[in-house]
Design a protein around this ligand. Structure first.
Ligand code: ATP
Ligand code: MG
Length: 204
């Protein structure tokens, strides 16, 4: 708003990076950074998902641990922030709720939802997909092992972006910790230390 020193040229542009972040890794960070540059975003907000209340096929780490790892990983970048909205809402996260809430909290802002090729392929199966695409512009990024293509959104609803290929997944990071293999350089150093301190993923 007025007085913040930022020139008021058009609307603010906010990237939204949703994920379980169990743990956050360099694939997430590179995707956000590349899209921020390519789309001239003012900020990217990382939104860790809420805790699934149903017993899912695997137990997701506590929300506070996933939130803190996301804060640790993004703290040094002035363009990155972390939101608790999905964690504090409770229950399973639906992206339509995330985007509705971010819309309400950020007037005069265009939202850009960043998603990897695997998640983009699911998009039309998500709840309220019609409303979803009215709330944000969708940006699909390349991810090793997945085909990136337009999932059939209305014209102009999605952009596809090639980002440096990082064959890293949270699933693989968890398996590595459980096996006693290193995760240095796959996740930020502070996240390695946090996982060790909290003894996450050891018994999986
Ligand atoms: P898991 O293995 O637990 O599913 P993940 O590595 O897929 O974890 P998520 O938290 O599920 O991480 O992903 C959040 C978002 O980041 C998704 O849109 C996903 O497609 C994207 N993403 C994750 N890893 C990469 C990567 N290496 N390159 C590009 N996009 C990625
Ligand atoms: Mg995933």
């Amino acid at each position: 708003g007025p007085g913040n020193g930022r020139p008021q040229l058009g609307k603010r542009r906010l990237g939204v990076m949703g994920g379980t972040f169990d743990p956050i890794h360099h694939g997430h960070l590179v995707a956000a950074s590349e899209v921020a540059a390519a789309f001239h975003l003012d900020e990217v907000v990382f939104v860790p998902t809420g805790q699934p209340w149903q017993k899912s096929h695997r137990s997701v780490s506590p929300a506070e641990d996933r939130y803190l790892m996301t804060v640790i990983a993004t703290a040094e970048n002035p363009q990155f922030s972390v939101s608790r909205i999905d964690i504090d809402r409770g229950g399973p996260t639906y992206t339509v709720d995330t985007l509705r809430d971010l819309r309400a909290l950020n007037p005069d802002t265009d939202l850009f939802f960043i998603t990897g090729a695997d998640a983009l392929a699911q998009i039309l199966t998500w709840r309220d997909s019609e409303e979803l695409i009215s709330l944000a512009h969708f940006i699909g990024v390349t991810r090793p092992g997945h085909h990136l293509n337009d999932p059939g959104l209305p014209e102009g609803g999605v952009s596809l972006v090639e980002v440096p290929a990082l064959a890293i997944s949270s699933t693989d990071c968890r398996a590595r910790v459980a096996n006693g293999d290193p995760i240095w350089y796959l996740v930020p150093d502070g996240v390695v230390r946090y996982i060790d301190k909290r003894e996450l993923y050891r018994g999986e």
